[in-house]
Design a protein around this ligand. Structure first.
Ligand SMILES: Cc1ncc(C[n+]2csc(CCOP(=O)(O)OP(=O)(O)O)c2C)c(N)n1
Length: 549
C-alpha cells in the first residue's frame, strides 16, 4: 500500500527496534513528527536544546549498544546538535542523527537555514546520507544502522528534505541487516600470543573501548586476566569494566596521572592492548605505551583494522572481536601467578581508593563519593559530565564490575544531564547518579526539565566551586596567580533544581555527606544537590596552594 515517506521512516525505525527518539522540533521535519504522533512503538522525548537531544541519544546508545536516535531541525538545530556527533565519534558510541533539510529544489541555493551536511560532518561522522528518493528510505535507514554499529561504532547522519517526507511511495520497511563482526581467532595466531604471554614476566593488559562493556565482555576480561595472571589497567572512562577491588586491578588510565604511577606501568615487559584505540588520554599523551615504538613489545587486538598501526607499531597486530579474543585467552590458561607484579600495580591504587577526610576540613566531592560507595545499589549507573569533579569518583569509588559508568571519553562538557535522563528512562529500576560541575550544569542542566517531564529519576550532585575548575588548574600551573575567564557566579542550585520540580538539597560540610546522600537516594524522583565545594581542592591530586607553591 502506498505510504507517506515519513510514515515509512517511522515504521523502519520500529522495525530496527527503536522504542525512543530524542528531539527538538523544527519546521523542517513536521511530517516525521506527525508520523511519530501515531506510533505506539516509539516514544518521542522532547528536549530543551539540540545538544541535549543529541547527548541523550549518545547516552542511550552507550547503554544499549544500539544507535541512539535524535531528530533535529536544519541549520540551527544541526549546529546545536553537532557536539553530540563529535562525542559519538570520540567515544565510539552508535548514534543516528536525523536532520530536516530544505526542500529538494532549494538544495544548493544557500536557502534559509541550509547547510551541506556532508561538508559539515565530513571529519566526524561515519556517513552522511541525503535521502532524495523516498523509495530508498528503508535501504538508507538499514545502512545507517549497520554503519553506526559496525566496528568502530560511531555517528551517522541522515538528511531528510522537507518535501521528500511528504512523498507517497510504494515501499516496505525492510528488516535490519546483520552487522559485521570479527570471527574467532585462528589457532596459530592464538598460539603466538600465548607463547609471548608465557615468556613475559611483567605483562600488562590495557582493556577498553566500547565493545567490552557488556556483561559478556566483562566476564571474558576477568576470566582472561585470572587465567594468565594479567594485571588489568582500564582505558579512559571505562573504569567500570573490571572489579576495582580485584587483586589484578591496576587502575584507570585517566588524564594527568602522577608520574610515579605512569613509571610503574612502564616497567611492564609486554603490553596486551585489547579493544582500545589507545587514545591520547589513555596513553598519557602517547607515552604509555610510547608512540610510535613502545619500549616493550605490544600486542594490539581490535576489531577495526583502521585502529591498529595508526599511532603505534605493534609487535603483533590482530584484527579480532575483543570479546571472542578474551574468551579464547581464558579458555587456554597459562602462567596464572604473577603475584609480585600484580601487587606492584594494584597496591598503590587500592591505597588511594579509600577516602579519608582532608586535614584542612574543606569540602570536595570526596565525602559524597565515600557515602555513595557505602550506600548505592550494586548495579547503579554513574553518569559524569566533563571536569575535575569526576576525578574523585574515579579515584575513590570501587566500581564492582556490575556498576555502569557513562562518562565522556571525548571530554565534552554538557553530556551529563541529558545522558543521565537517557539512562534513567532506559533503566527505570536502577539508581542513576549524576556528577556535574557548576560549568556543565549550566550548559545542558536545563534538561532536568526533561527529566521531570518524563519521570526520569536522576540524582544529580553539582560540584559548585564557582569556577571552570579544570581550566583554572591548567591556568594556575601555566600562568601562576593570573586567574582570568574562569570564575563563575552561580545560582543557588538547590533552589534552581527545585524550580524545575526536583528535590533541591544543599551540602556544605563534610559531616553532612552521608545524611544528604541517604536523603537523595531515598527520594522517589529527581534530586539536585548543590555541593558547595572549595576551589582550593582543584583536583584529587592538587590544591591551588600546591600549584602556586
Ligand atoms: C563543551 C566544552 N567546552 C569547554 C571545555 C573545556 N573545559 C574542560 S573542563 C572545563 C571546566 C569544567 O568546569 P566545571 O564543570 O565547573 O567542573 P570543574 O572542573 O570545576 O570540576 C572546561 C571549560 C570542554 N571540555 N567542553
Amino acid at each position: 500500500m502506498p505510504r507517506r515517506a515519513a510514515d515509512l521512516l517511522v515504521d523502519c525505525l520500529a522495525a530496527h527496534g527503536v522504542d525512543r527518539v530524542y528531539c527538538v522540533p523544527g519546521e523542517s521535519y513536521l511530517a516525521v513528527l506527525d508520523a511519530l504522533h501515531d506510533s505506539n512503538a516509539i516514544q518521542t522525548v522532547v528536549c530543551r536544546h539540540e545538544s541535549g537531544a543529541g547527548f541523550a541519544a549518545v547516552g542511550d546508545g552507550k547503554l544499549t549498544g544500539r544507535p541512539g536516535i535524535a531528530f533535529v531541525s536544519r541549520g540551527p538545530g544541526a549546529t546545536n546538535a553537532s557536539i553530540a556527533v563529535h562525542v559519538a565519534e570520540q567515544d565510539a558510541a552508535p548514534l543516528i542523527l536525523f536532520i530536516g533539510q530544505v526542500p529538494r529544489e532549494e538544495i544548493g541555493r544557500h536557502s534559509f537555514q541550509e547547510i551541506d551536511y556532508g561538508k559539515m560532518f565530513g571529519d566526524i561522522a561515519k556517513g552522511v546520507h541525503l535521502i532524495q528518493d523516498a523509495r530508498r528510505v528503508p535501504e538508507i535507514v538499514a545502512r545507517a544502522f549497520v554503519e553506526a554499529m559496525s566496528p568502530t561504532p560511531g555517528p551517522v547522519i541522515v538528511v531528510l528534505p522537507e518535501d521528500m517526507q511528504e512523498d507517497v511511495v510504494e515501499a516496505k520497511a525492510t528488516e535490519p541487516v546483520p552487522v559485521p563482526h570479527g570471527g574467532p581467532v585462528a589457532a596459530e595466531e592464538m598460539e603466538k600470543i600465548l607463547s609471548r604471554l608465557a615468556q613475559a614476566e611483567r605483562p600488562l593488559l590495557i582493556a577498553g573501548g566500547a565493545g567490552l562493556g557488556t556483561a559478556r565482555g566483562r566476564t571474558a576480561l576477568r576470566q582472561a586476566s585470572e587465567a594468565h595472571g594479567l594485571p588489568v589497567a582500564l582505558t579512559f572512562k571505562r573504569q567500570d569494566y573490571f572489579p576495582n577491588t580485584h587483586p589484578h586491578y591496576a587502575g584507570h588510565l585517566g588524564f594527568k596521572m602522577p608520574k610515579v604511577a605512569v613509571d610503574r606501568y612502564l616497567q611492564s615487559d609486554l603490553i596486551l592492548a585489547v579493544g582500545t584505540r589507545l587514545g591520547e588520554a589513555t596513553t598519557q599523551g602517547y607515552t604509555l605505551p610510547a608512540a610510535p615504538h613502545p619500549r616493550q613489545p605490544m600486542i594490539h587486538v581490535h576489531d577495526d583494522a583502521r585502529q591498529i598501526g595508526r599511532n603505534y607499531a605493534a609487535a603483533h597486530a590482530l584484527i579480532a572481536d575483543p570479546i571472542l579474543f578474551l574468551e579464547a585467552l581464558a579458555a587456554q590458561p597459562g602462567k596464572s601467578k604473577r603475584a609480585e607484579w600484580t601487587r606492584t600495580l594494584h597496591e598503590p591504587v587500592a591505597k588511594t581508593m579509600a577516602w579519608s577526610a582532608p586535614a584542612d576540613g574543606l569540602l570536595d566531592m570526596g565525602p559524597v563519593v565515600a557515602a555513595l560507595a557505602k550506600s548505592v545499589e550494586k548495579d547503579a549507573i554513574f553518569v559524569t559530565d566533563a571536569g575535575n569533579f569526576a576525578g574523585w569518583l574515579h579515584r575513590h569509588f570501587p566500581f564492582s564490575g556490575e556498576h555502569t559508568l557513562v562518562g565522556c571519553v571525548g571530554g565534552a562538557m554538557g553530556i551529563g544531564m541529558p545522558a543521565a535522563v537517557a539512562a534513567a528512562l532506559r533503566h527505570p529500576g536502577r539508581q542513576v547518579i549524576l556528577f556535574l560541575g557548576d560549568g556543565g550544569a549550566l550548559m545542558t542542566g536545563s534538561e532536568v526539565a526533561t527529566a521531570v517531564q518524563y519521570g526520569a529519576k536522576v540524582k544529580a550532585f553539582i560540584s559548585n566551586n564557582g569556577s571552570y575548575g579544570t581550566i583554572r588548574m591548567h591556568q594556575e600551573a601555566a600562568y601562576k596567580r593570573r586567574v582570568h575567564g574562569t570564575d563563575l557566579a552561580n545560582p543557588n542550585f538547590a533552589k534552581w533544581g527545585a524550580s524545575f520540580g526536583a528535590l533541591g538539597l544543599t551540602l556544605n560540610k563534610i559531616a553532612d555527606a552521608p545524611k544528604i546522600v541517604e536523603q537523595t537516594l531515598a527520594h522517589d524522583g529527581c534530586v539536585v544537590v548543590d555541593v558547595v565545594t572549595a576551589v582550593e581542592h582543584i583536583s584529587p591530586f592538587a590544591t591551588i596552594s600546591s600549584l602556586r607553591g
